[in-house]
Write a new protein. Structure first.
Length: 401
């Protein structure tokens, strides 16, 4: 009989496949939502939302609204309910004094993650960075910890911190994707990984399943993969995707991690301005090229944005090798394109609410695929959250024994 996790996974597969035409397209690429003609009333309602209602639904896509007239809001909300994992017996709180050299938000995540780990004599931290998590566990449990990290400078910096704090942590320069990484996975070591990305944590899941080793994992960044199209880890994932015709590109996987903790107001304003400028440039390039098609522009850190819209357009045009007419400054109404970008940005923000509704379901589906791979290997598994989403939206935790 299939587990409750498998049943939830199967239903999520059905819903993601059925509604993929609505959640997969990125609205900023289009002047009108590709699904608009099939759902004109939904499109009209979204575009008619005032700013307060838009912000309310952006903060909570499952909140009561007319979205439920068209989409399975209540069922998605129910499927996405995941209870907090209880703190492990004997897991002592980490002293705040140990937070030295660790950012406040990162330390809070480490503390919450560690609270779900019962004391163990030995750990292996996968993708350890400077070993902040491993160092904390070594000190808390008087344990021996091995950390694997491929960047030599991080290993050196972390090793110096471990020595200064008297933590029995040894960091090894190791590419975890290499076959040699498996040599470190031996019985008696509790495997841990806090926000290891994409293929990196996928390889850990496969290794833990093959060797039936205990694992505590908070996955992240599913789109960071060498595969152009998603390949499920579990056999159930393979069967479910084939049965429902669900196919996921690397770009679509990014939707699962697009929710972020609310940024400071100035950062949010800069982000909104950059997005509006991109869309304004998109209007400009369509006119100049005579081609009604989106032209991707490289990312630019918000602190490096040009001072004005015209400067941004010149930079973007240069990046794409798009010649601007020499008479542009005297004949082109920059304000017209900037206003068009702002108008499109307002439309995009409202149409994105459909995608936001499927953001957590897609993330949970990906996590369940990893969990089911471990369950198929005969490990006892459980899924829960290890912290509030206000601390990190990547708060789902898999434990396998």
């Amino acid at each position: 009989m299939s587990s409750a996790y498998a049943q939830r996974f199967a239903r999520l597969t059905e819903l993601l496949a059925r509604w993929q035409p609505l959640w997969a397209p990125e609205p900023f690429r289009y002047r009108r939502a590709p699904w608009g003609s099939a759902f004109p009333a939904l499109e009209a309602w979204l575009l008619g939302l005032d700013e307060a209602e838009r912000e309310r639904l952006e903060a909570d896509p499952f909140a009561p609204s007319r979205l439920a007239d068209w989409l399975p809001v209540a069922e998605l909300a129910g499927l996405c309910e995941v209870a907090p994992l209880p703190e492990a017996a004997g897991a002592r709180p980490l002293p705040e004094a140990w937070a030295t050299h660790v950012g406040g938000r990162k330390w809070a995540q480490i503390s919450a993650f560690a609270a779900r780990l019962a004391p163990a004599p030995a750990y292996l931290e996968w993708c350890a960075g400077k070993g902040h998590l491993g160092r904390a566990l070594a000190r808390r449990d008087q344990a021996r910890v091995i950390g694997l990290e491929w960047q030599a400078p991080l290993c050196q910096a972390g090793q110096a911190l471990a020595k200064a704090q008297g933590a029995e942590l040894t960091l090894h320069e190791q590419d975890v994707m290499a076959d040699s990484a498996a040599d470190w996975l031996i019985p008696g070591r509790q495997l841990v990984a806090l926000h290891a990305c994409g293929d990196l944590h996928g390889r850990l899941v496969q290794r833990a399943a093959e060797r039936r080793l205990p694992l505590t994992l908070a996955p992240c960044c599913y789109q960071r993969t060498a595969e152009a199209n998603y390949r499920p880890l579990s056999r159930q994932g393979e069967r479910a995707m084939a049965a429902h015709g669900l196919a996921l590109t690397r770009e679509q996987l990014a939707l699962a991690v697009q929710e972020t903790v609310t940024a400071p107001r100035q950062v949010r304003l800069s982000r909104a301005r950059a997005n509006a400028w991109r869309l304004g440039f998109d209007e400009l390039q369509r006119e100049l090229r005579g081609e009604d098609r989106y032209l991707p522009v490289p990312s630019l850190a918000y602190g490096r944005l040009p001072d004005d819209f015209a400067g941004f357009c010149r930079w973007a045009a240069a990046e794409k090798g798009l010649p601007l007419p020499s008479h542009l400054d005297s004949t082109l109404d920059w304000a017209r394109f900037e206003a068009a970008g702002a108008e499109r940005q307002a439309r995009v923000e409202r149409l994105e609410l459909v995608r936001h509704l499927f953001r957590r379901p897609l993330e949970l589906w990906l996590v369940l695929d990893r969990l089911l791979r471990l369950e198929e290997a005969g490990l006892a598994v459980r899924l829960g959250t290890f912290c509030e989403r206000s601390l990190t939206p990547r708060n789902l935790l898999i434990q396998a024994r």
